[in-house]
Design a protein around this ligand. Structure first.
Ligand code: HEC
Ligand code: HEC
Length: 461
């Protein structure tokens, strides 16, 4: 997963003025159902099936398009290469105590329709692998138990999942394997010993090992494993081995996809483009999706084929929060205490990029893409100076009642910490330092902080 790789490959204008109203069909029901306490009700598998075939055959009505987009969101890997499917099944079959059924212990959501324990968000990709779909990271269960499309999956323990996926197999051949991080060796030891007791296990592991040697599975170095294991859930560096590596360690948090502003709202706020990604350097959602798709090894995708996914994402709205008596007071303070100076765009998102010095925030992320003196990204990445901003945007402030992990590096845990009503984490190392954005701490009485928090939990409109 490394969508920024080709972000600037294709500079397409946002070709459509998307209407930001929730469409309904003739019967008055929205074409998709994206928030519910019932997982099946949100997955609505039966209702989505066939929508992309109908779209490919020329159906252009809104309901078909959005249902196809939702199907793509959950199922489409765009031909990207992921983890060998046999390895995932092996880990599921023999290590459910470590990974959880459907990799639930790694923060994934088990797919109720999968017989071999595959989670939602991993689907068959190229070269006999299972690869990520958008749903792995952008679909989550909220703290109130509801499943919400567009929510950032803050539980996803990407680091442990990626670092550990081949470890049970390696340790089956050599429990002291020096290519496996000591922490993983220690945790997995008893699981491996128990598995080896089972009849047929060693032969199965041997065969799988042989088949994977020939598929040239990139092994993370020990150093990389240690860094991956230290990642907080919901955060990642997507430009590292085994994917494309920009050679620098930058951590960023999964962003929610709710409430992306439409062209009218952007124009009103004076935003030159959509300012996507934490560095605000991706100019449109179509550009973002095309960047993701370009890393696949399958046949090329046309913009027309990607429109359903784009339009579906534009329709995602943050769930309505609970009312609070202090929301109005908080809204007033948001203006009076200078928050709105920076959070001045649609839904409290900023209209420019801020430097790390302005925010006094961990600046490791400024190194992303490791650009050379000409301002262009390293290592074959095509991003140019206009998309490498060396700064961070102010994100949209909606859905915060359901968001625990805050700031671009995910280092701050909840609004109480952001406002210094609770202590921030001790130094978690380069890329994950929990300092900065002190304007929510300094010079604000606790009472005002609480009113601001009530407003933020309600969502900036
Ligand atoms: C493995 C996890 C993962 C997967 C899979 C994934 N994303 Fe993301 N997404 C992220 C992370 C992390 C960020 C923040 C990256 C950054 O800006 O540094 C992000 C950011 C975004 C943003 C920017 C949002 C904003 O407000 O700026 C968009 C849009 C997005 N993703 C769309 C998608 C789509 C569409 C897919 C599927 C084709 C997808 N993502 C798949 C992890 C993921
Ligand atoms: C100098 C501009 C600036 C000012 C002033 C400012 N912010 Fe921010 N805010 C940002 C930026 C930029 C970020 C993202 C920083 C990061 O990710 O490291 C941010 C992040 C946040 C977040 C975290 C959102 C998330 O999803 O992680 C919240 C909440 C927030 N600001 C609220 C406020 C409030 C309340 C005030 C006023 C007391 C305020 N901000 C003042 C620029 C500003």
């Amino acid at each position: 997963m490394k969508h920024p790789r080709t972000w600037l490959l294709i500079l397409i204008a946002a070709s459509c003025a998307v209407r930001h109203v929730r469409p309904v069909d003739a019967a008055g029901t929205p074409p998709t159902h994206d928030l519910d306490a019932s997982l099946e009700a949100v997955l609505e598998t039966g209702r989505l099936e066939g929508a992309c075939e109908a779209y490919a055959n020329g159906a252009r009505d809104e309901a078909t398009r959005l249902r196809c987009g939702k199907w793509m969101f959950f199922r489409e890997t765009f031909g990207t290469v992921g983890v060998p499917s046999r390895l995932l099944r092996f880990d599921q079959k023999h290590y459910p105590a470590f990974y959880g059924r459907g990799f639930e212990a790694m923060g994934m959501i088990p797919d109720p329709a999968s017989e071999d324990g595959m989670p939602i968000g991993l689907a068959p990709g190229s070269l006999s692998t299972h690869a990520f779909t958008c749903a792995a990271c952008h679909f989550a269960r909220l703290p109130d138990g509801r499943y919400a499309v567009g929510a950032a999956n803050e539980r996803l323990d990407y680091g442990t999942l990626i670092a550990s996926i081949g470890a049970p197999l390696s340790l089956s051949f050599d429990l002291e394997s020096k290519t496996t991080a000591p922490a993983l060796r220690a945790t997995l030891r008893r699981h491996v010993l128990a598995a080896k007791e089972r009849a047929g296990y060693s032969a199965e592991a041997g065969l799988l090992g042989l088949s994977l040697i020939t598929s040239a599975g990139a092994q993370l170095t020990l150093e990389d494993q240690v860094r991956f294991l230290a990642l907080a859930p919901g955060t990642m560096d997507f430009l590292t081995p085994p994917l494309l590596d920009d050679g620098v360690w930058t951590v960023s948090r999964i962003l929610p996809l709710w409430d992306l502003p439409g062209s009218e709202a952007r124009a009103r706020a004076g935003m030159a483009h959509e300012m996507l990604s934490w560095n605000g350097g991706v100019h449109s959602l179509m550009e973002f999706i095309e960047g993701f798709v370009a890393i696949g090894v399958g046949p090329a995708w046309t913009q027309e084929q990607l429109i359903p996914l784009r339009d579906y994402i534009y329709r995602l709205r943050s769930p309505a929060p609970v009312a609070d008596a202090r929301v109005e007071e908080g809204a007033r303070l948001f203006g009076e205490r200078g928050c709105a100076k920076c959070h001045d765009g649609p839904h409290g998102g900023g209209t420019r990029v801020y430097t790390f010095a302005e925010l006094e925030t961990d600046d490791a992320y400024a190194k992303i893409y490791a650009p050379g003196p000409d301002g262009y990204a390293c290592c074959g990445l095509r991003a140019g100076p206009e998309s490498i901003t060396r700064g961070v945007k102010a994100p949209r402030l909606t859905g915060l009642f359901a968001t625990q992990r805050l700031l671009h590096n995910g280092s701050v845990n909840g609004l109480e910490e952001l406002f210094c009503l609770a202590p921030r984490a001790a130094d978690a190392g380069d890329g994950q330092r929990a300092g900065g954005h002190w304007m929510t701490c300094r010079g604000l009485p606790d009472d005002e902080k609480r009113a601001l928090i009530a407003y933020l939990r309600h969502g900036v409109r």
